[in-house]
Design a protein around this ligand. Structure first.
Ligand SMILES: [Zn+2]
Length: 213
């Protein structure tokens, strides 16, 4: 599986994977990257948080999570201790924290490691992050949600709950191709929209993301 970028904008590599140097193992166990325009760090894949740690070690504030396809990902040197809890399910694109300079760091950057094992171990089962991450895939969900949703060319059914939306049952109405709506949240792949119907504002879930513009 190829993962999205951990950033929400274009980023650049500052230290390569397996670079020889002053590290405990004699080489760099991950990749360092910097994003100059947005320090937000997001999950590269769906997964489960397996470790959250505060400052004081070489990795500084860091998080470890297991991806849905069984790899383990570490983000180190984060600005703050991540607020998500161990065991929490996370979604690709979900915010996990902010790029920082905590621990043994030389300036704000993300140190990211990917391991093939289900649990994290220093220098264990290391994979080259460049082979698994598409750094140019930094779709900004926040941007998307701020945009006006337009239905495109088809009428879209609206549902009251995510479950109904997924099952395409019990629709509470529909949005015509010309109606406009605001997307306020994405829940389990369904889009929660608000839209005006006469004098009232309605809200509901739609399954179709193709109308976003
Ligand atoms: Zn590093």
């Amino acid at each position: 599986m190829i993962y999205r970028s951990p950033f929400r904008a274009k980023s650049r590599q500052t230290t390569a994977f397996k670079k020889q140097g002053n590290w405990k193992l004699g080489y760099h166990t991950g990749i360092d990257r910097v994003c100059d325009t947005d320090r937000t760090l997001v999950a590269i894949a769906d997964g489960v948080v397996t470790r959250v740690s505060g400052c004081g070690q070489s990795y500084g504030n860091h998080i470890v999570y297991r991806t849905s396809d069984g790899k383990t990902v570490l983000y180190a040197h984060m600005k703050d201790k991540p607020s998500v809890k161990v065991g929490a399910k996370i979604k690709a694109g979900q915010k996990l924290g902010t790029m920082g300079n905590t621990g043994n760091s030389y300036g704000a950057h993300l140190h990211i490691e990917i391991q093939s094992g289900a649990t994290w171990g220093y220098g264990k089962n290391l994979l080259d992050p460049n082979k698994y991450i598409d750094w140019d895939d930094y779709t900004q969900e926040g941007d998307f949600m701020a945009k006006t949703w337009k239905n495109g060319s088809t009428t879209e059914k609206v549902y009251q709950t995510v479950a109904d939306c997924k099952a395409k049952k019990n629709s509470i109405g529909s949005l015509s191709a010309k109606e406009e709506a605001e997307c306020v949240a994405i829940v389990d792949g369904c889009y929660l929209l608000t839209y005006s119907a006469g004098n009232t504002t309605k809200c509901g879930f739609v399954a179709y993301p193709g109308g976003v513009k």
